[in-house]
Design a protein around this ligand. Sequence first.
Ligand code: URA
Length: 433
Amino acid sequence: MRMVDLIQKKKLGGELDQEEIDFIVQGYTREEIPDYQMSALLMAICFKGMTKEETANLTLSFVNSGDKADLSEIKGIKVDKHSTGGVGDKVSLVVIPLCASLGIPVAKMSGKGLGHTGGTIDKLESIEGFKTELSREKFISNVNTYKMAIVSQSANLTPADKKIYALRDVTATVDSIPLIASSIMSKKIASGADAIVLDVKAGSGAFMKTLEEARELAGTMVDIGNSLNRRTVAVITDMNQPLGHEIGNASEVREAIEVLQGKGPEDLTAVALTIASHMAVLGEAFKDYDTAFCELEKTIKSGKAIDKLKQLVEIQGGKPELIDYPERLPMAKNHIAVKSTESGYVTSIDTEMIGIGAMLTGAGRKQKGDPVDYSAGITVIKKTGDFVKEGETICMLHSNLDKLADAENRVRKAYAYSTSKPAKTRYVYEIIT
Ligand code: URA
């Protein structure tokens, strides 16, 4: 087999078979295929796409390139969730204890944040002592005993995807639905879950800016999951404004605590309950979505859900009392009010811009390996549909840095206003099964 022939085949719109895909993925990972040939193929995929079968085969080839978690010692259906990435997205912090409190085993592997989107691992590490690296034995025994565990993704999970993703990043070939879908799904499948709920974000703060794009990505990922025998559901949710009010690390933990205590913001509560209900149904804890939703609401009201978060912190080495006293989680020194220069109803928020603003406070990382400041972030005070008077505070920046003019300007510019009140935003757009 020659790479040049496979590039030509894809350039003409042909379909690559499993053997050809394995040749490409293995050859590139072993550095037998050079970057220039892989780049040409990736660009051809961007223009010609991939069939469902090719996309599933590419996913499998990524999975087979590295470690595969064997969770067979965990009793019951292991359910995982994945978000395509958003701003203020602390849904995992809510759904892990929520599902576990109903006895649904959640064996979660998560990543660190990058760019304008945050990562669950950074948020949890803002809790003093919380360990996100557990031995395989401890991970499995925690899920069997407490129904929950979360760890940082193993360094050798889907190495082929890691290498190809880095090349896509510098060759303008990230935005291809089959490439994104196979990249995300390979990590979920290698993580060992039996069932997966995907939170596909749509809007200005998401990878997929429109509902149509999000729908296509969701459908492609659900097809991959189902063809590889993982029961998969995708929920398309809104990312045209930050989720909840807090963007950061410790501040997002504080907001997740509020949701689990039944006093969280409406949008975050709705999205978290929707995702958790689908996880509960896929995990066969309840036969239908409405019953699951109702039972999950009851676990919040009864205090079981917040107790479960405390337990999660305790079993992973953190200080559980921080959940009772969230004000003792890291807090930044400087607090700067971003004021509006206009009056009117907030009609839109450029959410990616707000996410970049949060990164500039120190809460996020520009590049892999950069440190994050757990105490930094943004509180979004005014959201879409709110009325704002000129000079009123729209956001608060929290930081230990002194120079925040860039963050402040970006946040101010992210807001658009009108004299008429916009229609209420939807939190959940569609469910793809
Ligand atoms: N996230 C991933 O893991 N892969 C992509 O290709 C895009 C987003």
